[in-house]
Design a protein. Sequence first.
Length: 258
Amino acid sequence: MATATAAAAAAGSPPTATSNPLSFKKQNTDLVHIPRNYRIQKRPIPHAPIASPYAGNTVAKLVYVSSRTPFMSAVKKVQKLLRTAERRAMMPLIDERQQRKNNKNRAYGQESSGPSSTTAAKVLGKCQQRLREDKVLVKATGRAIEKALEVGRWFETGKGKAEDEYEVEVRTGSVCVVDDILEDDGEVDNNEDEDVKDAGEEKEKTDKPSESKNQRRRRRKRERIQQQRLSAFKDEDGEPPESRTRWVNMVEIAINIK
């Protein structure tokens, strides 16, 4: 993130929403140590259902970006949602103009009682306000954050369009995810393997020279730390937990037409 800021400063361009350094709150401070014979399997991050692009401005329009999402594919999705929002926001203005035209046709030869230009200006102002409130949210976590920032930067710099057409806002946060804790099957040996292992250990003990006092002290310290970690890892019944929760950094890019 700081690289983008340095590049913008070197080019002499003013800092923008997507070039400012991001700050995240550190929350993963009490994660339990996972022993060697266990492994972590990450679950997919739960997402809110994708709303219809024709829903009103009170419904958030979401575009999720992963590290494998093609850049222009995400840009085109955002463009499509913004154009749909523009048509929806301008519908009252189109209806008002059609109503004025119908009133003029009915009042042909008489004094027109249709809406004035002041009414049309008020309708236009409301339409523009509604359009600014209809935002498309580009969301990403982890390694995909930089790609989401690139999508926001594409609209912020006005690629292919006027630079002041879009408004971009960057929000940071965290999302809670769940990891499954699984016992590694490769660490579980049968009885035959145990016998072979015991025989090998006995041979190593006879061949290995006696350890010094300092080596024995360090070895016992390592074993004590491992035992403490294993005790903290298991619950009161001596069973390992089935899952754990952690927080991952999340960025939300809000894009709307000015």
